[in-house]
Ligand binder design. Structure first.
Ligand SMILES: Nc1ncnc2c1ncn2[C@@H]1O[C@H](COP(=O)(O)OP(=O)(O)O)[C@@H](O)[C@H]1O
Ligand SMILES: [Mg+2]
Length: 343
C-alpha cells in the first residue's frame, strides 16, 4: 500500500457494506461519502471539504452552487479526479477512485470524464473540427471515423457548419460549444463543467446552457459548478455547498425549470458579469441529436492545464509513489487503457 493509498483509505468497512447493499440499485455515476479535504495544519488549517456526501445518478443534470470559499473548486478537483480526498470514499461510475494512485487517476479521468472549463481550453492554432477530434487522436481512432464523430458532436452543439473555423474566428459562446462537443467525444460517464458561462455574455451563456440541456436530454450526466443562481436554476437539481458541506439539495420539476428558463429569457438577465460584445451565433445552425456520439472513444485529457499547482503536487506525490509501486511517472500523459487496479 502506498502512502497516498493509506491516506485515502478512510472507510473500507463502509465501502464494503455499500457494495453489498447496493446490489439491486443502479450504480450511481457519483457516490461520495464523507469526503474531507483539509489544507494546511495547526492554526492555518482550512477544512475546505468537511464531510461532503453526494450521490448523482446516471442522466442527472446537477448544478453545484456556493459562495466564494465554500469549497466548490476543491469539490470539483476531487470529482474530476484531479485530486484525492484526505478522508472518505468516492466511487465514480462503479470504480472506487478514492484509493488510486495519481497515475491511475489520470487514466480514469481520461476515460470517464469530459471537462468543460470557464476559459474553454481550446487549441487556438487548429480549427474546431480538429479540436473536437483531439480526444480521439489520442485514443488512436481511425481518421475517417474520428471525423465522422467530431462532425456529429459539432452538429449536436449547433456548429456543424463552422467546423473549419479556428477558435479566434468564433465568438466566446461558440468556442464554449466547441469545448462541449469535445467533452462528448470521450463518451464520458460524467460531464464536469466548471463555471462554463463565467466568461460569456448573457445571450451566449444562455445558448451554452441550452446546449447542456439538450445533451442532458440525450442521457448525459452533467455536473455544473457555478456561483450564479440563474445558471444553477437551469439544472434539474441544485446542490448548495457551504463550508465544505451540502446544506441544500433541491430537485426542480420540469415545469419549474421551464419557468426559470422563460423568466431568464424574458428578462434578458445577465447570467454572468463578463462579456460586452454579444455575438450571437446564427440561430438554429443545425442541432441534430444523436448519431455516433454514443460510441465515442476515450483517451484525451482536456484538463492538462487546469490547476497547475495541484498537478505539480500530484506529480510530486506520484514520483514519491513510484519508488513504492514501481509506477513510472508519465507526467499524466493520456493512455488508452486502464490497467488493473490494485486495491
Ligand atoms: N491550496 C490551498 N491551500 C490552502 N487553502 C486552500 C487551498 N485551496 C483552497 N483553500 C481554501 O479552502 C476553502 C475552499 O476553497 P475553494 O474550494 O477554492 O472554494 P470555492 O471554489 O468555493 O471558492 C477556502 O477557504 C480556501 O481559501
Ligand atoms: Mg473556486
Amino acid at each position: 500500500m502506498t502512502a497516498a493509498t493509506k491516506a485515502a483509505a478512510g472507510a473500507p468497512a463502509q465501502a464494503a457494506s455499500r457494495e453489498a447493499s447496493g446490489a439491486a440499485e443502479p450504480v450511481p455515476v457519483i457516490d461520495m461519502r464523507d469526503i474531507w479535504r483539509v489544507y494546511g495544519s495547526g492554526e492555518s488549517e482550512v477544512r475546505a471539504l468537511a464531510g461532503l456526501d453526494l450521490r448523482v445518478d446516471r442522466g442527472e443534470f446537477v448544478a453545484i452552487i456556493g459562495a466564494s470559499g465554500s469549497g466548490k473548486s476543491t469539490a470539483m478537483n476531487i470529482l474530476g479526479c484531479l485530486d484525492v480526498a484526505d478522508r472518505g470514499t468516492y466511487v465514480l461510475d462503479g470504480t472506487d477512485v478514492s484509493r488510486l494512485s495519481y497515475r491511475e487517476l489520470a487514466l480514469v479521468r481520461n476515460r470517464k470524464i469530459g471537462f468543460v472549463f470557464q476559459s474553454f481550453n481550446l487549441i487556438s492554432r487548429i480549427n474546431a473540427l480538429r479540436n473536437v477530434e483531439l480526444p480521439m487522436t489520442y485514443a488512436g481512432v481511425e481518421r475517417h471515423e474520428r471525423r465522422r464523430r467530431a462532425l456529429a458532436a459539432l452538429e449536436m452543439v449547433g456548429l456543424g457548419r463552422r467546423y473549419t473555423h479556428k477558435p479566434g474566428q468564433l465568438s466566446g459562446g461558440q468556442q464554449q460549444r466547441v469545448a462541449v462537443a469535445r467533452s462528448l467525444v470521450n463518451a464520458p460517464s460524467l460531464i464536469l463543467a466548471d463555471e462554463p458561462t463565467g466568461n460569456l455574455d448573457s445571450v451566449s451563456a444562455s445558448d451554452v446552457l441550452d446546449v447542456f440541456e439538450q445533451i442532458h436530454t440525450t442521457g448525459r450526466t452533467i455536473v455544473l459548478i457555478t456561483h450564479d443562481q440563474k445558471v444553477a436554476a437551469r439544472a434539474q437539481r441544485v446542490v448548495t455547498i457551504s463550508d465544505g458541506r451540502i446544506i441544500d439539495d433541491t430537485r426542480w420539476g420540469e415545469a419549474e425549470r421551464r419557468a426559470n428558463r422563460e423568466a431568464a429569457a424574458k428578462a434578458g438577465v445577465s447570467l454572468s458579469d463578463g462579456g460586452t460584445s454579444p455575438e450571437r451565433p446564427a440561430a438554429g445552425s443545425g442541432t441534430v441529436p444523436g448519431h455516433g456520439i454514443d460510441q465515442m472513444a476515450p483517451g484525451f485529457d482536456a484538463a492538462p492545464d487546469y490547476e497547475a499547482p495541484k498537478r505539480r503536487r500530484a506529480r510530486d506525490k506520484a514520483k514519491a509513489q513510484a519508488a513504492d509501486t514501481g509506477d513510472g511517472d508519465n507526467g499524466g500523459a493520456p493512455t488508452e487503457t486502464i490497467p488493473a487496479v490494485s486495491k
